[in-house]
Design a protein around this ligand. Structure first.
Ligand code: ZN
Length: 113
């Protein structure tokens, strides 16, 4: 039922596009939740301010990322347990403070529906 409704809305009028896990097509976020497309040290990533159907691993030690030194917790898909990226938990760099609480998802691991 819900899937049919979503399909009808998507076909009927332009709206936010759904981003899903590439493995299992679990809905992860939407195009209207994107803050920026970024380039991380390991490849392209998308910064979302909200993501769903994910769970977090333990907070990691300080990690040097493209934007500076940050602490993050890895985030996993609820559907297939794939590590999709991370959530920023802390930063010392003022220009990066806005990323704290946001989700950095590896772009190759998600698909646009
Ligand atoms: Zn998945």
């Amino acid at each position: 039922m819900a899937a049919q409704d979503a399909g009808r809305v998507a076909a009927g009028r332009p709206g936010p596009r759904v981003y899903s896990c590439r493995n299992c097509r679990t809905h992860i976020s939407r195009s209207d939740k994107i803050i920026a497309e970024t380039q991380e040290l390991h490849g392209p990533a998308t910064l979302f301010y909200r993501a769903v159907n994910i769970y977090m691993g333990p907070e990691q030690d300080w990690r040097l990322l493209a934007g500076g030194l940050c602490r993050v917790a890895d985030v996993y898909c609820c559907g297939c347990d794939e590590c999709l990226g991370w959530k920023y938990t802390r930063s010392h760099d003022v220009p990066n403070m806005f990323k704290v609480g946001k989700f950095c998802i590896d772009s190759p691991k998600i698909v646009v529906e």
